[in-house]
Every structure is written in structure tokens, then in C-alpha cells.
Write a protein that binds this ligand. Structure first.
Ligand code: AMP
Ligand code: GLY
Length: 423
């Protein structure tokens, strides 16, 4: 079959890499892709939000299946448009994807169905938001309602930060329409874990657990980023916790979405905080995480096409999804200055010196003449699989040492939390 992957980051490279291993897949296209994806698929220069352009392409080329990586096209209704045109596409409908597109929608569903999450209130007026912050005090968390490329969440330790956040979202409108409403939440304390699951709307099959590293610097310091690295599985996620999360969070959420006419098919991502009172939801996403997809897909044994077909045919309960009994680590190499401003076009050296058992997933890269150059904040995701987390960490960092570009920055402590749990 001919497959189209929508997106151009590390997550999409991991999807293309996994699809490439399927005997069912003859040809892969990726829109827009990147320099790494171009080595294993045909990249086409169509933006992820150009839904009519993507639809025309899929019809013209006789694409048999489309996979959507990022949230923006899902929230804009790409799945609905493709289905109306009679095309097969993997991902949630616009109504289902609203669990990511609107934090208010997600929180209200959780509240109605008793799914554990931080206490919250929603505001459309700055003065009311300020009054509420004065009432609950700090720390608290301020969130723009809509999509804000991972930047619309401010964890405020002091009042000044909280009030600035409200001003920036509601008055300066730094996130545009996404800031028409704000959600103000109690601040949860604990360890974070990402639980992704495949679901056909009725059955949910969890993937192995993973953990992202959101802050830019070691020891979780500095501003939030899209994710500086990830590992899987996460030892904090014990069997007991797993049973609790399925029973109290994933299964009730899938059922609630069905009842609310938002039947969810695709990958659902629950960002959880493991608090002293048990697991609570920080956020739901409507897609694979980036960079969680890189280690998680590296450990998936089953053919991804088989899983996707089972989802699309509402028979996810009939297949067996297998995982390697190993660990995987992805270290993100980022441009100097990221998540603030950075320059592009730096030549990346040493990719040919990386050992073959390591997979370097490209994120922001482009081809320039004979060179591969940087073209984004997160540039590469160096991904290793090992018999345990320590082995995987060691081989990932050994490969990282071979790669260089001007201003390259990365965290030295990806996976350290998991190692601490081993002893
Ligand atoms: P979100 O996009 O909602 O996951 O928020 C991004 C990050 O902000 C999360 O990964 C957490 O680190 C942090 N965060 C979000 N909500 C809360 C909360 N209620 N309490 C503490 N931290 C939070
Ligand atoms: N790694 C966090 C996300 O994909 O939203």
C-alpha cells in the first residue's frame, strides 16, 4: 500500500521508520518531511495545515492510508475531510481531537465523569482571573485554552508570574485566539509519566509507558521546551499504577468521549502526574508525543499497519500488540538558544560516524547541497535500544559524541530518573 505521513519532525521520522519495516507498505510519502525522512520516503512540499492540498495529493496519488503526526491538522478537522472524501486516515475526528484543542473541553469532560485531574476554574475576563488567583494563592498553573505549540502553560511559583501570565494570555493575546479563555489550576506535585494508548473508540490498548524531559537544562531547570529527550518504559509506572490508570483514567475517558459523541479513534496521550493521592491528568493529547514516539516506536514489535487497520475496523480487541522487553532512550540535540530564538543553517557533522544500531531521528533538518543542516529548534533525536535503561543511555550518549554542529545543546541527564529507580 501507499502511505502518506503528515508532519516533519522527529515523531514523523519515527513513524516513517516503523512503517518502512512493514511488508504491507510499498511506498511512503511524507508532507513536508525533513532531511532524514527524505532518505526513506518521498517528501512533498505541502504544509501540515494545508488540508485541501493534502487531500488533493492523497486523491491524485491513490494513497491507501494517511497517518497524522501533529495536533494542528487534527484539531482543524483533517480526519473528517479525508473521511468525507472516502479516504482512509488514522487519527481522531475534529470533535474527538478537541480534548487537546480545548483545555476547557478536556477539563469539563474529566469533571463530569470523575476522572482525576487538578482542580480548576475557567475565565473569560482578566479581572475575574486575577480575583481567583488572589483567592487560591500560589503556586498555581495558568493555561491558555487553545493550541499554543506547547507554550501556553505557565507554572507560577509566585503571584507576579501568575498575574503576568494572565496578562500575557488575555490582554496581550500572545497566543491569539487560544487565549480567549484561561484555565487556572491547582499545582500538582509528583513525577510525570506519559501514557499513550491505541483506541478504536471502545477498546483501548496502552503502549509501554514513557517519560519526557520538558525543561531545557539538566536537573529540570530552565524554560519548558517541546521535549529534550524521552525514555521508555518508565519504572515509576508500576503494574499497580497501570491498573489504576486504566480503570480510573483511560477506560472512563474513552467511554466518556463515546457517550459525548466524540468517539475517539487513534492514539490518545495522557500526560499524568503521579501525586501522593494517586495519578492525575495534566493534559490529554490527540496524537503520539514527540519525543516519546521515538523510544516507544523503537520498542514496538507488532506491525504498525496491523494495529492501524484494527483501529479503523473497530476490532482492536482482536489483535495482540507486542513490545520488546528492552529499554529505549532518545536524546534530543537542539539548536543553541532553543526554546528561545536560534539560527538555522548550521552544518551537521558526524552523522556517518554513528554506529548502525543507533537510530538518529531527524526533527529540524534540511538538505543544502551535499550537507545536512539545522532547520529548527529540535534538530535530531539520537535513539538507542538496550537490554536495560543504563545500557541504552550509554549507547545513546556514545553516539551523541560523534555528532556536532555550531551551538549544539543537549541534556546530559536523559533517563537518569529511571536509573535512580534501579538501585
Ligand atoms: P500541559 O501542556 O498541560 O501538559 O502542561 C505542560 C507542562 O506543565 C506539564 O508537562 C507539567 O510539567 C506542567 N503542568 C501542567 N499542569 C500542571 C499542574 N496542574 N500542576 C503542575 N504542573 C503542571
Ligand atoms: N512530548 C510532549 C508532547 O508531545 O506534547
Amino acid at each position: 500500500m501507499k502511505v502518506l505521513v503528515v508532519g516533519g519532525g522527529g515523531r514523523e521520522h519515527a513513524l516513517v521508520w516503523k512503517l518502512k519495516q512493514s511488508p504491507r507498505v510499498k511506498e511512503i510519502f511524507c508532507a513536508p518531511g525533513n532531511a532524514g525522512i527524505a532518505a526513506m520516503a518521498t517528501c512533498v512540499n505541502i504544509g501540515v495545515e494545508d488540508i485541501p492540498g493534502l487531500l488533493d495529493f492523497a486523491v491524485d496519488r491513490g494513497i491507501s492510508l494517511t497517518l497524522v503526526g501533529p495536533e494542528a491538522p487534527l484539531c482543524a478537522g483533517i480526519v473528517d475531510r479525508f473521511q468525507e472524501a472516502g479516504l482512509k486516515i488514522f487519527g481522531p475526528s475534529q470533535a474527538a481531537a478537541e480534548i487537546e484543542g480545548s483545555k476547557v473541553v478536556a477539563k469539563d469532560i474529566m469533571a463530569r465523569y470523575g476522572i482525576p485531574t487538578a482542580k480548576y476554574a475557567v475565565f473569560s475576563k482578566q479581572a475575574d482571573a486575577v480575583r481567583y488567583i488572589n483567592q487560591i494563592g500560589v503556586p498555581c498553573v495558568i493555561k491558555a485554552n487553545g493550541l499554543a505549540a506547547g507554550k501556553g502553560v505557565i507554572v507560577a511559583a509566585d503571584k507576579e508570574t501568575a498575574l503576568d501570565a494572565v496578562h500575557s494570555i488575555m490582554v496581550d493575546r500572545n497566543f491569539g485566539e487560544a487565549g480567549e479563555l484561561v484555565v487556572i489550576e491547582e499545582c500538582l506535585v509528583g513525577e510525570e509519566v506519559s501514557i499513550l494508548a491505541f483506541t478504536d473508540g471502545v477498546n483501548a490498548v496502552p503502549m509501554i509507558s514513557s517519560q519526557d524531559h520538558k525543561r531545557v537544562f539538566d536537573n529540570d531547570r530552565g524554560p519548558n521546551t517541546g521535549g529534550m529527550g524521552a525514555y521508555a518504559p518508565a519504572p515509576v509506572y508500576t503494574q499497580e499504577l497501570h491498573e489504576q490508570v486504566m480503570k480510573e483514567i483511560i477506560t472512563p475517558m474513552i467511554n466518556a468521549l463515546h457517550v459525548e459523541n466524540r468517539t475517539y479513534r487513534g492514539v490518545i496521550y495522557a500526560g499524568l502526574m503521579i501525586t501522593s493521592e494517586g495519578p492525575k491528568v495534566l493534559e490529554f493529547n490527540a496524537r503520539f508525543g514527540d519525543p516519546e514516539a521515538q523510544p516507544v516506536l523503537s520498542l514496538l514489535e507488532t506491525d504498525l499497519i496491523e494495529i492501524i487497520e484494527a483501529v479503523l475496523e473497530n476490532r482492536l480487541n482482536t489483535i495482540d500488540i507486542r513490545w520488546k522487553k528492552q529499554s529505549s532512550v532518545c536524546v534530543v540535540l537542539a539548536s543553541g538558544g532553543y526554546p528561545g530564538s536560534y539560527t538555522r543553517g548550521k552544518v551537521i557533522k558526524g552523522l556517518d560516524r554513528v554506529p548502525p544500531e543507533i537510530t538518529v531521528f531527524h526533527a529540524g533538518t534540511a538538505k543544502k547541497g551535499q550537507d545536512i543542516v539545522t532547520a529548527g529548534g529540535r534538530v535530531l533525536g539520537v535513539t538507542a535500544v538496550g537490554s536495560d535503561i543504563l545500557t541504552a543511555i550509554k549507547s545513546a550518549y556514545k553516539a551523541v559524541e560523534k555528532i556536532s554542529f555550531d551551538g549544539m545543546q543537549y541534556r546530559q541527564d536523559i533517563g537518569r530518573r529511571a536509573v535512580q529507580k534501579m538501585v
